[in-house]
Ligand binder design. Sequence first.
Ligand code: PEP
Length: 266
Amino acid sequence: MTTSTVAGRRPLIAANWKMNLDHLQAIAFVQKLAWSLKDAKLDYGTVEVAIFPPFTDLRSVQTLIAADKLPLRFGAQDVSAHESGAYTGEIAASFLKALDCEYVIIGHSERRTLHDESDEEIATKVAAAIGHGLIPVLCVGETAEDLEKHGPSAVPVAQLKAALAAVKPGADIVVAYEPVWAIGSGQAATPAQAEQVAAQLRVTLSELLGADSAAATRILYGGSVKASNIAGFMREPNVDGALVGGASLDLTEFSSIVQFQKHVGT
Ligand code: PEP
């Protein structure tokens, strides 16, 4: 049993596919993943598994999961800060909710850097998601330069404070600590580094939302997570799961990450 299960937080393993796999590939992948986890007799009571495919896959993934009653969750990789209207190319939170999305990733470092998303815009997206009953998976994390200049926690904590400025205690959110230098680099943080920042984020959650919300909120680690390093992260008391990028596109690897409990005790 991991420490987060002891603390009452069900671990979450989330697959961020980014701009990979079209809707036909998504159907095949989700079907095979469900079979693989069924074969492995995964106890979904001890771990939640969520897929974040591109927008164009969502309807197919929704239909498959509903038709086959698969115990998998899903969400989108981004959401508009706006309700509706003249915002070409954007997707409203209400549309995601209508597709049964449970989660939405907000503030991923690729959106912050490649699309210039500001802390203010991210805060508005978080509010829009919560307003429509979606659970934001809020990504925070420092660049290598930030790490050198400000140390490990300063930037993620500041991003968390900005994003949650208008969020009320009791709101259902997930925080993903993703050091930018670890994303896609093959150079993951150490479990101790992840724990240090996750603990600081939980202290900040307590200041912002109160002790109960802080204790209930899952904090994920993301950045070059693989089957070979997941156990180390999951042994840490403040790490409640992982947001997985590259390795979530490999069925065997992702299935093994989901089954981290098999390696945690070893
Ligand atoms: C990510 O982009 O959210 C991520 C964690 O990517 P990777 O696992 O490939 O580092």
